[in-house]
Design a protein around this ligand. Structure first.
Ligand code: FE
Length: 226
């Protein structure tokens, strides 16, 4: 399998490029607009045909490269069915599978960070978007975020996956690249709570700054960056 984890310096976003082998079909998760040319270069180098691009949710901190990639490669744009983005071509439901050659990727509806947040599971690779981060969790104070939903998505869905599941989030701000569900259960400070109310209390008192370009980014991302 080909698996590349790419990093956007400006927004600390991780983008993932997946394919079964050289010369085959490829999929990209959470592309960043400014880095599309870099992705196209990788696709060419590996002789890959980009057929699918997924956004885990409508991002607030960067503009998606989905539309630009579609223009260049004719790939299908994918998001979960709760997305407010009308131009998404394939809207997947909770537990639906996306195929890529012989690879199968399961969509998991994990609202909370935003009401349209999905995670994607391929074998033991979990692409958690901003739902579950390494040593953190996605904020829940904008885009219909909800700390109770986030708790349920994290505790009743993602943390129920096998402990050895590899966690690949959409961001990291400290240079961490991968974790596991087992590690996060033990070490992630946000997850050391005894009740949903305790979690909600933490999330509702984070007092975070509004992302600088959120209004512009969200407006663009509703059109998939077009
Ligand atoms: Fe986000």
């Amino acid at each position: 399998m080909i698996f590349k984890q790419l990093f956007d310096q400006k927004s600390s976003t991780y983008t993932y490029l997946i394919a079964s082998a050289k010369g085959r079909e490829a999929l990209i998760i959470d592309p960043v607009f400014e880095n599309v040319n870099q992705y196209v270069k990788f696709l060419k180098e590996l002789d890959l045909n980009l057929v699918k691009v997924i956004d885990t949710h409508i991002h607030a901190d960067h503009v998606t490269g989905a539309s630009k990639l579609k223009d260049i490669t004719k790939c299908t744009t994918i998001m979960g069915e709760h997305t407010p983005a009308d131009t998404v071509e394939l809207k997947v439901k909770d537990d639906e599978y996306i195929n890529l050659d012989n690879l199968k990727i399961r969509a998991m509806y994990t609202p909370g960070h935003t009401s349209d947040s999905y995670s994607f599971l391929m074998d033991n690779y979990l692409f958690s978007g901003d739902t579950l981060l390494i040593n953190g969790t996605g904020r829940t104070d904008f885009q219909n975020g909800d700390a109770k939903d986030a708790y349920n998505s994290i505790f009743n869905k993602l943390l129920k996956l096998p402990e050895e599941t590899l966690l690949y989030p959409a961001h990291d701000y400290k240079g961490e690249k991968v974790s596991t569900i087992g590690k996060e259960k033990k070490q992630n400070p946000r997850l050391q709570v005894n009740s949903i109310n305790e979690y909600v209390e933490i999330m509702n008192n984070l007092d975070l700054k509004k992302p600088t370009e959120i209004d512009n980014n969200v407006a663009k991302n509703i059109r998939l960056g077009a």
